[in-house]
Design a protein around this ligand. Sequence first.
Ligand SMILES: NC(=O)c1ccc[n+]([C@@H]2O[C@H](COP(=O)([O-])OP(=O)(O)OC[C@H]3O[C@@H](n4cnc5c(N)ncnc54)[C@H](O)[C@@H]3O)[C@@H](O)[C@H]2O)c1
Length: 252
Amino acid sequence: MPNDQQAPGEVSYDFSGATVVVTGAGRGIGLEIGRAFVGWGATVVLVDRDGAELAEAARAIGAHGVQADVSVTEDVDRAVRSAVERTGRVDVLVNNAGILRDNVVWKLTDQDWDDVLATHSGGTFRLTRAVVPHMRAQGGGRIINVTSYTGLRGNPGQANYSMAKAGIIGFTKTTAKELARFGITVNAISPNAETRMVASIPDDKLAELAATIPMGRFGSPEEMAPAVGFLASRAAGYITGVVLPVDGGISI
Ligand SMILES: NC(=O)c1ccc[n+]([C@@H]2O[C@H](COP(=O)([O-])OP(=O)(O)OC[C@H]3O[C@@H](n4cnc5c(N)ncnc54)[C@H](O)[C@@H]3O)[C@@H](O)[C@H]2O)c1
């Protein structure tokens, strides 16, 4: 069967004994990444600030949910503590939580700017800082960040978001260099999937965007998970500091 027809659920990894923390996992891409890791045998901790959605998501896939805002240090530290207390370890961190506050740059408010940077950049930093001591003590780990083609190409109306997502690429490469000696790899995916975040983009802009996808369609959230599984797997043990687009070619 050609690879492009392989259902994401058919991809198989063995993460039994591993603890995986996924942020922004109450829905969308994060939820599907969490679901995939549960299927691959991991103990999965879903982190989201939306408690109701999180509880339902955790129940539905057989994961643990920790309500936390990734932009708040105390919340992040509590979430990581909760994962470590449960299993004694944290093997994989997926920094996926994100928001949009789109507007052209001359109309962006301080709040639009600060919220987006605090969530994407601040969250990725805080979670990374919190898991590294545990991963070092264990002798290794995997960190997978979620960036965007917007950070690579720019996109009108997303100066705040593209600043944050480009920053995540620099952060990924810097932390990959800092943490390699401890057996910790740091990589990123650049997704493109039909989620509520995409649904919030106005129809005319969405049509414009869809027309730039070489594969002619948005991906599904489920299609993002195998790439994360690969980067977290033993097979990717010698890969660090890369950005893997899973985007139908939109970033080309
Ligand atoms: N959907 C796409 O095409 C696309 C493209 C490029 C990048 N991304 C990135 O992928 C990631 C997931 O996006 P999605 O499309 O699934 O979005 P989504 O809006 O469906 O889900 C995002 C989740 O993050 C949570 N969240 C937001 N702020 C948070 C915070 N401060 N603390 C904890 N949780 C928080 C939300 O409650 C929500 O559950 C984001 O980082 C996004 O920027 C998505």
